[in-house]
Every structure is written in C-alpha cells, then in structure tokens.
Design a protein around this ligand. Sequence first.
Ligand code: PAF
Length: 290
Amino acid sequence: MQTVSFIGDVREVVENARAAGRRIGFVPTMGALHAGHAALIRQAHEEGCFVIVSVFVNPAQFNDAGDLAAYPRTLTADEAVCREAGADLVFAPEVSEIYPAGFATQVTVDSPLTKAWEGHFRPGHFAGVTTVVAKLLLIAQCDRAFFGEKDWQQLAVVRQMVRDLAMGVAIVGSPTVRESDGLAMSSRNVRLSPEARKTAKIIPYLLDTAQDLLDSATPETQTDKGGVIAAWLRTLLESNAPDARLDYLAVVDPDTLVEVDEITNYAQVIIAVHIGGVRLIDNRKIVKRF
Ligand code: PAF
C-alpha cells in the first residue's frame, strides 16, 4: 500500500491497476478511521477491487469553523487501518490540491432532499459534500464507491448526484457498524466525555424502540404512524436524557426522506442530537411485520 497526495499520482496508479485488469473500488473518508471505515475498505477488498481510500477533511462541508478545527487528523493511524483492511492506495491531498487558487465550481443537488434535516441544520453542507465527492470520483475513476449507511441522507444525496450526472459509478451503501452497546461508530465519538458516552446509548435505544412501537401497534395506540412514533421517541429522549439537544427525530421515506405518516411496509427513523456538546446522527429501518 502506498500513500500519495497529488491527483496525477492517483491517475497513474489507477491506469496501472486498470492495465492489470483490476476493478477500482473507492472509499472516500475524512480520516479518523474506525471500524466502520475498515468494514467499507474490507468489503471493497473482498469484492476483488483495487481499493483507493481518500483521507481528506473537506473544509467545504463544514458550516462551523470550530467543528472543522476540532476534527481529528490522524493520518499515520489511518494508514495502519487502511493497510490492515486491504487498501491498495491512500490519497491524502492538501486542501490546495482539491481546491487550488481560483477554484470556482460547485456541484449541488437542488432538491428537497438536500434542504431537509441535515440540510436544514447545516446550510451548505451537502453542496460541500457533493462538490468534493464529484471531484474525488473523477480523480479515482472508480467502478464502485462505498459509503456507510450511518450518513443515510448523504448516501441518498450522492446516489441522486451520480444518477443525474450519469457518472457510471455504482454507489454501495454498507450497514452501520456499532459499538457493543449499539452506539454507531463515528469519528465524533472520541469527543464524548465518559458521562456523555453513557448518555449516547439512548440513541440506539430510541431507534430500537421505534421498531418495538411499530410491532405493538393497535388501533388505540396508533404506533404504526410515523408522527406518533416520533412523538413517543421525543418524550422518551426528554425523560431519559434531559440535557440532550435534539435537532431532529423523524420517521421518513427511506429514499425521499419525506416524513411518512401511515407506515405500510417500512420506513427510516432518522435522528440528530447534541449530547455533551457533540452532535451525533443515526438512523435505522423499521419494518411493518404482518
Ligand atoms: O462521509 C464522509 O466522511 C464525508 O462526507 C465524505 C463522503 C468523505 C466527503 O467528504
């Protein structure tokens, strides 16, 4: 495995890999790699791809300068994770390589998908994501790109962009990897104090409770309605974690992320909440069992 920081070097390596008959798999990351990223890299490797991992903390997708400054940068440890999981190439560019002087292009998905939820609470975030992902996909010239399902809305937005621009890349979503108590792996978890870390268990608990509520729905409780489930979960959060600050908690259509009321088949529960000053997001599918 080698690490490069220039676009030209990636192009050369990709050309050689293609000449050797390899399919290119790409895992875009912002570093601070954890078991969730390792699972994506391993999946790409096990599918037989030549695996490129980008490590780039993308300033364009942060709408809070403090959040950008506090983002962990751990390239040496990240390289070890990449090597162990089967990556072939790490692309770790400087900001000036991705956004050289005079850079003036923005790729935006202009639809309600990018305005709601994360889009509402983090204005400009998705434009930053789609711009950098479009550029990275062009650099990696990959056949398949792997994204974690923890960022459910991001995955939907990237799929839309790739579809609209006929980018010819298969977008592969991979299940969220969780800690033993259910908390979704995230680069932000290291910023949780021990107390906040304990409180954060409420998130997977709420998501699992959503399925329980759906399972136990009766005409009286109406807990097969998205709005009713969301209201129950908000009350549970308030009573179990009164200091948590909720951005959103909703039951939505998995593809459009529009809120659903009557759950006829399945839906996605999405949440973003600040616990101990750290913003955490998560989601899970809930299924109506007949
Ligand atoms: O999910 C992330 O880590 C980032 O949003 C991504 C896809 C690497 C783009 O910067």
